[in-house]
Design a protein around this ligand. Structure first.
Ligand SMILES: [Zn+2]
Ligand SMILES: [Zn+2]
Length: 267
């Protein structure tokens, strides 16, 4: 079982040490884990300047020494992206080595979209349209291996903003998926949505089916864990879901190179 989205103490919003996460991963049946801490270039963000690459790599080495015989441990990153910080993101990735890099959009036009207030003065459509423009830009940079939580605003939109209908954004998603396919890039199935308000993975089956109808076949999968309890959570269930949508393999990475593993061998 693969969990390709797990945070450590190198993320400002996570207090779980890497060794505790490795032990929990093994206990939960995870065989391969990518530690993907927040890499933040938005100056106002709590994570700005928090990640220290050398400390992270030292932590990773310790984890591999201790658990490397039972668990494949990958150097990953969840790099925040929007068009304003693109030059800083590019410089950072050129200067640091990872196995696997997620590109995630967390910021809207002037602040993080994780606060309900963000939706006070904007319609759901305005939030999603701007979000998807940054997702498209993220793909076009070619900086990333996969795109994180592709319908993130659904996790934070307050009920007052109206019900989220994934296919309302079908034309935006269609252009994003065509772009992903052209760039031979994936998006992730982020299982954290299952345990949070949306009660479904990000994205869910309707959006994954749209991708496969367009000819897409590349996904990564991760729990977005910040605590040990959720490592590996929802992975099997989501693999069954994507299989029903017509996806038959999941991507793994070594030194930014993609490999495909058949889902049938994981379930
Ligand atoms: Zn994220
Ligand atoms: Zn995350």
């Amino acid at each position: 079982m693969f969990d390709y989205h797990v945070h450590t103490t190198q993320s400002a919003d996570c207090a779980t040490p890497i060794l505790a996460s490795c032990a929990a991963a093994i206990e939960h049946g995870v065989t391969e884990i990518a530690f993907t801490d927040h890499i933040e270039h938005e100056p106002a963000d709590m994570s700005f300047g928090f990640f220290d690459y050398d400390t992270y790599m030292a932590d990773l080495r310790h984890a591999r020494e201790r658990f490397g015989d039972q668990l494949v441990i990958l150097a990953g990153a969840e790099v925040d992206f929007n068009r304003r910080i693109a030059p800083e993101v590019e410089a950072f990735l050129a200067a640091h080595q990872f196995d696997f890099v997620i590109g995630s959009v967390h910021y809207g036009v002037d602040r993080e979209i994780i606060f309900p207030e963000y939706f006070d003065t904007r319609s759901l459509d305005e939030v999603f349209f701007a979000y998807y423009e940054d997702i498209r830009a993220a793909i076009e940079t070619g900086f990333f291996d996969t795109i994180g939580h592709i319908d993130l605003p659904k996790r934070y939109a307050p009920r007052a903003a109206g019900a989220y209908d994934p296919l309302r954004y079908e034309s935006e998603l269609t252009s994003i998926f065509k772009l992903l396919i052209r760039h031979e890039m994936s998006f992730e199935i982020n299982t954290s949505g299952i345990r949070q308000a949306p009660k479904t993975s990000m994205p869910g089956p309707q959006v994954v089916s749209l991708y496969t109808r367009l000819g897409g076949s590349l996904i990564t999968i991760g729990s977005d864990s910040h605590v040990v309890e959720t490592i590996g959570a929802g992975i099997r269930q989501s693999l069954r879901m994507v299989e029903l949508c017509g996806i038959d393999s999941v991507s793994t990475f070594r030194h930014r190179e993609r490999f495909q593993t058949p889902i049938a061998t994981l379930l």
